[in-house]
Design a protein around this ligand. Structure first.
Ligand code: 4AD
Ligand code: MG
Length: 432
């Protein structure tokens, strides 16, 4: 019998097919069983009537435990009431493996720590399934948009000799006879080398931050997409980010509608977010926050709480531009009109989600960059290759990096970033 994926049952109505998957629930007894099946592509119900199957098949149904793997054969019918739902009028049930009856995750409420301890199994539940499918669309949509806009995929290294985003949050490892190596915090510096060859480039991979922050936005291992372009200023950079995020939103709304429904995501909020983004300077935003009661000062960074409070007000993502120089990374280009601020932007997501992207124009002048490296007390030696990029054909260039899990968390409407990644890593969790 032909094996058919559940998502393709629509093309086989009236035909006898086999579905291979897992039984996640069952109702009925004796005369009739309703088997809830999932196969990774969707869910379907198998209706098993004692009158139309062998006694062995009914015995198999009786035995079936939750999460058993099965092959179910039957005729495909359209659900009498629910549109787009297809069932199997079962003629045979074959058990692949009868699951132990003590499957730890049930329909009852479990605590988050219990679920995270059982993450390897929790991944099978419908919410987690939907989240991973949306994550996949976000990744594919990102690559699609960037390729359509002439960005070339480039693979930045993960083992690095120095910091990219400041030295306090690095995971250190012993590197043979050469001393210490560090796990990368962002591929950005390497991408800057890439664009002097390729013009526009992006990388995508895991990055690591050793900061011990226990918030709903921080992981120690997460996936970052960095993109960089030569001959682009910080406004061109924002235009690319806006195009990218809107492409992702459009794609998820189109391809993952049923997943968003499983997550009970407010669709209208996502549609509203997919309109022209807001752009405000750091100075403007600080005034706005002060008026809302925050104690933030002119030269302060926005705290997580500030971002949340600010972004509860807005329906579209907001670029906050031109942060004070003193609180941003050494590589950001100072505003020629006001060197106390840099040509950067953070993109904050609406509905209180906060920062999803950080980006800037880069310092492209050799002497100014060297001065900034000294100011930040960074080892000049380690950055000699990076300085070379300003020696040989330097050009204005800009780039940004998004945190995939922050995007997934916002788009899926999750409470906490830990559900957005398959196996989360925090200062308090390394297993499974
Ligand atoms: O703002 P960040 O630190 O910027 C950079 O690393 C730049 N080098 C990127 C670039 O210009 N190419 O990090 C970028 C994004 C943040 O906006 C946030 O979405 C995410 O990475 N991020 C985290 N996500 C989860 N857990 C953490 N601990 C994160 N730290 C940053
Ligand atoms: Mg940032």
């Amino acid at each position: 019998m032909e094996r058919v994926l559940i998502k393709n049952l629509v093309d086989h109505v009236g035909q006898e097919v086999t579905v291979a998957g897992w039984m996640y629930n069952k109702r009925g007894s004796g005369k009739i069983y309703f088997l809830q099946l999932r196969d990774g592509t969707g869910t379907s119900q198998g209706v098993v009537e004692a009158s139309s199957v062998s006694p062995e098949a009914i015995a198999a149904c009786e035995k079936l435990t939750m999460e058993s793997s099965v092959k179910v054969t039957g005729k495909v019918t359209a659900h009498p009431k629910q549109q787009g739902v297809f069932e199997l009028q079962v003629s045979n049930v074959e058990i692949i493996q009868l699951a132990n009856p003590d499957y730890p995750i049930s329909k009852k409420e479990h605590g988050i720590d219990f679920l995270l301890d059982n993450r390897h199994l929790w991944l099978r539940s419908s919410r987690q399934w939907a989240i991973q499918r949306i994550r996949d669309t976000i990744i594919r949509g990102s690559m699609e948009y960037l390729h359509q806009n002439d960005f070339i995929k480039f693979d930045s290294p993960i083992l690095t000799p120095n910091a990219c985003e400041g030295t306090t949050e690095l995971f250190e490892i012993d590197y043979f006879e050469m001393g210490k190596a560090f796990l990368s915090q962002s591929g950005q510096l390497y991408l800057e080398a890439a664009v002097m060859s390729l013009g526009k480039a992006y990388d995508f991979g895991p990055v690591f931050r050793a900061e011990k922050s226990k918030t709903r936005r921080h992981l120690t291992e997460f996936w970052m997409l960095d993109a960089e372009a030569a001959f682009a200023d910080y406004e061109d950079n924002m235009n690319t980010q806006e195009g990218l995020i809107r492409h992702i939103l459009t794609k998820v709304l189109k391809e993952n509608f049923s997943d968003l429904m499983i997550l009970e995501r407010n669709i209208e909020a996502l549609e509203k977010a997919n309109q022209p983004f807001i752009r405000k300077t750091h100075a403007e935003v600080v005034k706005e926050l002060q008026a809302m009661g925050s104690d933030i000062k002119e030269m302060d960074d926005l705290g997580g709480d500030d971002e949340t409070m600010l972004m509860k007000k807005y329906e579209q993502p907001m670029f906050v531009t031109k942060y004070p120089t003193a609180i941003k990374a050494f590589y950001m280009k100072r505003d020629p009109e006001d060197p106390t601020h840099v040509l950067c932007s953070d993109l904050l997501a609406p509905e209180g989600y906060g920062e999803v992207i950080g980006g800037s124009q880069r310092e492209d002048d050799y002497d100014k960059l060297l001065e900034r490296i000294h100011e930040h007390k960074l080892p000049e030696d380690a950055f000699s290759w990076y300085l070379d990029l300003r020696k040989y054909g330097s050009v204005p260039h800009s780039g940004f990096g998004y945190g995939l899990e922050r995007l997934v968390t916002w788009i899926c409407g999750l409470e906490h970033v830990r559900e957005s990644i398959p196996f989360c890593r925090t200062p308090y969790r390394l297993t499974p």
